[in-house]
Design a protein around this ligand. Structure first.
Ligand code: DCP
Ligand code: MG
Length: 389
């Protein structure tokens, strides 16, 4: 069965919040970003975009392009507050929400017995009522097309892409609309006379692999409306942790254990709130040469008491030979499960609990102001060394 995917993305998010909170800025070019000498634009209102201003542009350049603009610094806490309201609306529709950024998410509404267009329009309405802001929504049968759709007629956009529209509707689009084609590739393609998706469609998969490497295969499929990537909810967010860069590099194990105790308390509390247990405890340390070392221990039982977590951390730390100074200590638990005795399968009913965990993760990250709770996949991407035994 074809999936029903919705992609939503707030319009000129930071700038719209500013215009909403300060109605005198409405209809005016508002530029939000770093206001210091080397600052860059975070985003700007659609009124400011007419002057050629865009995200990531140096602020001095934006000032040159639009001297009479309203230049504001970033109020991240406020934007996070609004973001939380938006995500509450999304989670009230389905637990199958994949947050992409502070203002963007995918929803898989395949199993909801309602027309996806109606759901998308309801989201738009609720977001407007709750926050006073507009969100653009796209509906389609995969993530790639849903995202294209939400971008179709921004701001306050709404677009549905159905199977019968493919590939014709894609043909006139610039190649930059395709995931994996950045500015550099775009220029390269241009020099080869390839400007639109229509041009790209004429190339074989082999041609695309020659040009882009492995990602060429994905590009080949995407532009034909094929994208099997699932909407990834929090089910795969499977790690809770905390770390701290020490005020002074140390070799003092007592101090490291002191932090391990503090972190165990925090982690335990979060496991309780999320209704989860953990089976793996990982100690992370950064040495004064900035090398990152990790050492994990996986138990044959699930734990969540602070004392249990600390005992494992204690054992790991006690066994580490400290021949270098430590500048950062971290503790995390993974291999999480909603039940104590068995590993849950992917299809298990832990979805809701995992979602709770992720919401909590987001809250903790917000509270602490740094990202301590991560997706397992992100952890795997970190280049870490195993601590020598
Ligand atoms: N952002 C940032 N720096 C960037 C890009 C974005 O700080 N280089 C922030 C500011 C944006 C927010 O993230 O408001 C969301 O990013 P989007 O890419 O969704 O951009 P906007 O929501 O601002 O505009 P659009 O209407 O194009 O979605
Ligand atoms: Mg946006």
């Amino acid at each position: 069965m074809k999936r029903k995917i919705i992609h939503v993305d707030m319009d000129a998010f930071f700038a719209s919040v500013e215009q909403h909170d300060n109605p005198e800025y409405k209809g005016k070019p508002v530029i939000v970003g770093g206001l210091s000498g080397r600052g860059v634009v975070s985003t700007c209102s659609y009124e400011a975009r007419k002057y050629g201003i865009h995200s990531a542009m140096p602020m001095y350049m934006a000032r040159k392009l639009c001297p009479h603009g309203i230049f504001l610094s970033v109020r991240r806490k406020r934007y996070e507050e609004v973001s939380a309201q938006i995500f509450d609306i999304l989670y009230s529709i389905t637990p199958l929400v994949e947050p992409v950024s502070i203002d963007e998410a995918y929803l898989d509404v395949t199993d909801i017995d309602k027309n996806p267009e109606i759901i998308a329009l309801e989201i738009k309405k609720k977001v407007k009522e709750t926050t006073g802001l507009t969100i653009s929504a796209g509906v389609s049968y995969n993530k790639f097309l849903a995202k294209l759709a939400s971008d179709w007629n921004k701001p306050d956009g709404f677009m549905v892409i159905t199977e019968d529209m493919i590939p014709d509707i894609l043909k006139p689009l610039p190649v930059s609309k395709v995931y994996g084609i950045g500015q550099k590739s775009e220029e390269r393609l241009k020099s080869m006379g390839i400007n639109t998706i229509g041009d790209l469609l004429k190339l074989s998969q082999e041609n695309l692999v020659e040009i882009f490497g492995k990602v060429g295969v994905e590009i080949y499929l995407r532009i034909r409306g094929i994208d099997e990537r699932p909407v990834e909810t929090m089910r795969e967010i499977k790690s809770i942790g905390k770390e701290k860069t020490l005020e002074k590099d140390t070799k003092d194990k007592k101090l490291l254990l002191h932090y391990a105790k503090l972190f165990s308390d925090i982690i335990s509390e979060e496991l309780f709130r999320a209704g989860l247990y953990a089976r793996t405890v990982t100690v992370k340390m950064k040495t004064s040469d900035f090398a990152i070392h990790t050492k994990s221990k996986t138990l044959n039982k699930y734990i969540r008491l602070s004392e249990d977590i600390y005992n494992v951390a204690y054992e790991i730390i006690e066994n580490i030979k400290l021949d270098q100074y430590i500048r950062l200590i971290g503790l995390s638990v993974s291999n999480l499960s909603a039940v104590k005795y068995e590993q849950l399968s992917f299809l298990d009913k832990s979805v809701v609990k995992s979602i709770k965990a992720e919401n909590i993760a987001r809250e903790i990250n917000k509270k602490i102001g740094q990202e301590i709770v991560k997706k397992a996949s992100e952890l795997l991407n970190n280049k870490t060394k195993q601590w020598r035994d």
